[in-house]
Design a protein around this ligand. Structure first.
Ligand code: DHE
Length: 548
């Protein structure tokens, strides 16, 4: 390759994805075809999640050449190196990208982005495998595992999940999955565990087998984050759904086999401007408890879709205008209302899943709300509330969720108080707990990112910011090497223990730390050489029943 030479468009392969290299124009920055391919690979793994595959922007800014070229190489190089307080990681100073890679990426984003191909029914069918047919599966549970109290733990960089016993802390199985499983969901019966990798591979794991394992798998695109199963009465375990970032679409599948039945594109117009968006990604998906519907959140167009799965041939969808950049969210304690963060707009959209309409849009007064599922509890003064923490600042926002008992407080921001620091990803409590846990995973300070703030719910008032205690979870893990971050509190089935992931680099020791919820004392550190980069953890019972 001669760096300065122009070249024709060509095809290349990134993992399992084919992408078109657009070729070099006369005024393009100097970049060989090999460099372009490496840039595209780094971009896909590190940048696409925030900036979008087509670089049209979402949580992160748009990075199309009309924007990057006026900014220029020097600006981009500095930005990639040092990051920004608004959430851009400091790829250079953190050591995650080398100087050569930063130079490469600063040039790469000056070029036209490559467009990965579509992924429709033929591609899905080609990737679909039923490893154990429904008729060959056990007719009753073949193991003595308390499957309701299993934690499905994402082992991000090894492309696996670990199934860990919520009582004995034994690892029952380590199962190969797609790369960097994002979430785990459980079928309504509690039998099937569904996980989805960042590479859009879905595994369906049968928890009734002697050793739980994959019975069906499929790829539904080239990048994805969400999977769910039907939960409405009469439709338990009937359907599964997965949402893709690329191509922007969701697919409804058979709940026993993952056979793809219906693919629906989410491309279309942005709800307010009513201009076309080529890449409206599917963010969170949740099953309604009130109707035979999936709640599908489309990020860039700001639409919440209530997809009625009772008649797939005559599919009815309620399209709710909400707010742009929908990301993650959860139900209120009655399961009737769904609250989802429009994160880059600092808003929470509330949908009434019974009536099928938008109930409210609430400004959280914090930067970039990031609730995970959020946390439901009864505040001593305000009554039932749902809480979110924020990625962009240290605030926790409380929103009233009880329009019948506390109509004056419903769907209002009732309080906002400080936790440990910015960079929080998840917040959690449990109906049996008096504690609210808030992490600070992406905080730039190592000690803060390895700690968790705990608030006492019964001591909260209307006037003063509540105090919190800080649990040094990372220190408790006793890991000598690296700079692990603590992420995502998750309760056991009884709501007596909280588990945290202590997430270290791939080649370093990680751990899970279990805390006694009553005493806030360390109960157990789970370590095993197989626990590589643990991130999300999903207790089967709590995930199945949406208990949070
Ligand atoms: Fe997540 C939930 C997308 C980065 C761990 N994440 C979600 C959901 C979405 C999403 C859409 C909601 C799924 C649902 O409810 O159906 N996450 C994204 C991204 O686009 C983003 C910002 C960038 C990326 O490139 O992926 C991103 N997420 C991360 C991480 O870096 C985390 C910390 C580690 C990891 O494993 O990748 C991470 N995300 C999680 C977890 C949940 C999640 C643990 C589920 C939380 C829950 O309690 O339900």
């Amino acid at each position: 390759d001669t760096p300065a030479a122009a070249y024709e468009p060509s095809m290349t392969t990134l993992g399992q994805i084919k992408v078109e290299i657009p070729g070099r124009r006369a005024d393009d920055p100097v970049m060989t075809a090999d460099e372009f391919q490496r840039g595209a690979q780094i971009y896909f793994e590190r940048c696409a999640g925030c900036h979008g595959v087509l670089r049209k922007g979402a949580t992160g800014k748009a990075l199309t050449p009309d924007i990057t070229r006026p900014l220029g190489y020097e600006h981009l190089h500095n930005f990639i190196t040092y990051g920004s307080p608004a959430g851009m990681p400091n790829w250079g100073t953190s050591g995650e990208l080398s100087e050569a890679d930063i130079d490469l990426m600063a040039r790469y984003v000056l070029m036209e982005p490559p467009a990965p191909p579509e992924f429709g029914m033929p591609e899905m069918k080609a990737s679909w495998k039923v490893l154990v047919k429904p008729e060959d599966r056990p007719t009753s549970k073949m193991n003595d595992i308390d499957i309701d109290n299993i934690f499905s733990v994402t082992l991000r960089d090894s492309g696996q999940v670990a199934l860990i016993d919520g009582k004995t802390y034994d690892i029952h199985a380590i199962i190969d999955t797609g790369y960097a499983v994002h979430i785990s969901r459980i079928s309504a019966s509690g039998r099937y565990l569904l996980v989805i990798g960042r590479d859009a591979k879905v595994n369906m794991i049968d928890l009734w087998m002697e050793t739980p394992g994959t019975v069906a798998e499929i790829k539904i695109g080239s990048e994805a984050r969400s999977v769910e199963t039907s939960k409405f009465e009469g439709y338990e375990d009937r359907y599964a759904i997965a949402g893709a970032y690329w191509p922007p679409q969701y697919v409804i599948m058979d709940g026993d086999t993952l056979e793809p039945l219906k693919i629906v594109s989410t491309r279309g117009n942005i709800y307010d401007e009513q201009t076309y968006h080529p890449e409206p990604r599917v963010a969170s998906i949740l099953a309604s408890h009130y109707n035979p519907e999936f709640i599908v959140n489309v990020k860039e167009t700001g639409k919440i879709l209530l997809v009625d799965y009772s008649d797939l041939k005559n599919l009815k969808t309620t399209e709710i205008e909400a707010e742009r950049f929908l990301h993650d969210g959860g139900l209120d304690s009655t399961h009737r209302y769904f609250l989802v963060a429009a994160n880059a707009r600092n808003k929470i959209a509330v949908v009434d899943t019974k009536e099928g309409k938008l109930t409210a849009l609430i400004d959280t007064e914090g930067q970039t709300p990031h609730p995970g599922r959020g946390a439901n509890f009864t505040h001593p003064v305000f009554g039932p509330v749902w809480a979110t923490s924020h990625l962009g600042d240290e605030s926790v926002a409380l929103i009233g969720t009880d329009p019948e008992g506390h109509p004056d407080n419903a769907w209002k921001l009732l309080d906002s108080f400080y936790a440990l620091g910015g960079g929080s990803l998840f917040i959690k409590t449990h109906p049996n707990s008096n504690h609210l846990y808030v992490d600070a995973t992406l905080n730039p300070d190592a000690e803060t990112s390895a700690s968790v703030a705990v608030f006492k719910i019964d001591e909260m008032t209307a006037d003063a910011d509540p105090d919190y205690v800080t649990l040094p979870i990372g220190e408790w893990a006793g890991i000598a090497d690296g700079q692990p971050r603590v992420v995502q509190p998750e309760f056991n089935k009884e709501g007596t223990e909280v588990w945290f992931s202590v997430w270290n680099a791939k080649d370093k020791e990680s751990a899970l730390v279990v805390v006694d919820d009553k005493t806030l004392e360390l109960k157990k550190v789970i370590k095993d050489p197989r626990l590589i980069t643990p991130t999300g953890k999903f207790n089967v019972y709590n995930t199945r029943g949406d208990v949070y």
